[in-house]
Design a protein around this ligand. Structure first.
Ligand SMILES: Cc1ncc(COP(=O)(O)O)c(C=O)c1O
Length: 441
């Protein structure tokens, strides 16, 4: 563990009493939360005294870049000054040889799988706990998403189950860094190398995260980011795909821009969409990238403080950040052990909300394979050509990832943003602690 994460629950509680300990933990006040303290839902005092801090995200830097933009004669991305500035700043966080801006994280992932040569009937292993954007490109390539189970505390792909899901048809793994928390990339890399698979990183939620002290994209062959509205940094909508791979990297631009490379006049070789990002988005994005380091270090710190605040509570499994990694904490999801409580998760969440903790039950409603279009294999106007033509026998009605299902049934999620103070997060932990102890069996 690195220095910042050396905060135990004991320190957290002790730090409440003395100023010196408060400096060590970063938590200035006490953590009273007696087990029998009256809950806000029962008329007691709310644990969180302030409203959710405003999430101010734009300002002078964005305005300055937009001012520059107005003087441009073209807002087209190709060699545009804003896109050039964006890519230069992006490389400070992710030093890849080839960087392609695009219209969304979904587009970035489609470009990645297409550039990796994924085609009809190829299997791509990924997590069932993710945004549908992770697999949209896989499906459009007429390839087959294969879902592997997740780890119970990081909520990320379990490399052991990935290994079990590899078949002679497997071509790639998409490692989703859920909530900004890096996957076990050394084990996934080792598996990918052993089976000659392409390793793609879905870092849509993981701007600024680090794996073993290295930026995301170091372990994978291709890395993809999203800049849709709620991400750490945003262009409203947008994405980036990057790679230093000698074969896939040079293809990113083509697959983001209708199959052309805008330089040579070679014939169109593959079907590719128009996923371009405009200069206006790149202008905002370049300014946003200047903010990224500060955003990520504050979110990571708040996430670790929150972990310290809830560690050791009965029936609570904190969101585990792997040693030497740095989560960029897009959200924080702890799990509960339902057997340890006198009430269900809905009641816990309701009571937390009454304490003014912005708790939400779970993440996506169901694992991806349980969605209707998977259950009915009805992706393309009610059909799924690769299955109908016998290129795959995949039957999503038979897929079962028990840990993923349990995670979605028992997770409680919170939003931690960089605008929050340590005191505010201390109060969030206090609110959770009060409710958990009250309802503990
Ligand atoms: C893990 C993950 N992958 C892919 C995507 C798709 O990104 P976008 O919404 O920009 O298309 C998202 C977006 O929320 C995401 O969270």
């Amino acid at each position: 563990m690195n220095e910042d994460s050396q905060i135990t629950r004991r320190e957290f509680v002790a730090g409440t009493a003395t100023a010196s300990a408060a400096v060590a933990t970063g938590f200035p006040n006490a953590l009273p939360a007696a087990p029998n303290e009256k809950l806000a839902i029962d008329g007691g005092t709310r644990a969180v005294t302030e409203a959710v801090p405003a999430w101010n995200r734009w300002g002078e830097p964005e305005a300055e870049r937009l001012d520059d933009l107005i003087g441009q004669s073209s807002l087209f991305y190709w060699k545009g000054p804003q896109t050039t500035a964006f890519i230069e700043r992006f490389r400070r966080h992710c030093p890849a040889t080839h960087v392609q801006t695009c219209s969304s994280g979904t587009a970035a992932l489609h470009i990645a799988v297409a550039a990796a040569g994924i085609g009809p009937g190829d299997e791509v292993i990924t997590s069932p706990i993710t945004d549908i954007g992770t697999v949209i490109g896989v499906l459009f390539q007429q390839a087959v998403p294969v879902f592997a189970d997740v780890e119970p505390d990081t909520h990320n792909l379990d490399p052991a189950d990935v290994a079990r899901k590899i078949t002679p048809r497997t071509k790639a793994i998409i490692a989703v860094h859920l909530a900004g928390n890096p996957c076990d990339m050394s084990r996934l890399r080792e598996l990918a190398d052993r089976h000659k698979l392409v390793l793609i990183e879905d870092a849509a939620q993981a701007w600024g995260a680090q794996c073993q002290g290295k930026p995301l994209g170091t372990f994978g062959d291709i890395v993809c980011f999203s800049m849709m509205n709620s991400k750490h940094i945003s262009t409203g909508d947008g994405g980036v795909v990057a790679s230093s791979h000698e074969k896939f990297g040079p293809l990113l631009q083509r697959f983001g821009d209708k199959g052309t490379d805008r330089v040579d006049r070679s014939p169109l070789q593959w079907l590719a969409s128009n996923y371009r990002m405009s200069e206006a988005q790149a202008a905002i994005g370049a300014a946003q990238l200047d903010r990224l380091a500060g955003i990520v270090s504050q979110r990571n710190r708040l996430g670790r403080l929150f972990t310290a605040g809830i560690s050791g509570l009965p029936g609570v499994i904190p969101h585990r950040e792997r040693e030497a990694d740095r989560s960029s904490c897009w959200f924080y999801m702890f799990r509960i052990d339902p057997k340890k409580f006198r009430c269900d998760r809905a009641q816990l969440v309701k009571a937390m909300k009454a304490e003014r903790v912005g708790a939400i039950a779970g993440y996506i409603r169901r694992p991806l394979y349980a969605e209707k279009m998977f259950q009915e294999h009805s992706f393309f106007a009610g059909q799924w050509p690769v299955r109908d033509s016998g290129q795959t026998k995949t039957d999503y009605r038979k897929v079962n990832c028990p840990v993923a299902e349990f995670t979605l049934e028992t997770g409680i999620r919170l939003r931690l943003t960089e605008n929050m103070t340590e005191e505010y997060v201390r109060q969030l932990a206090l609110g959770v602690s009060k409710v958990i102890r009250h309802y503990a069996a």
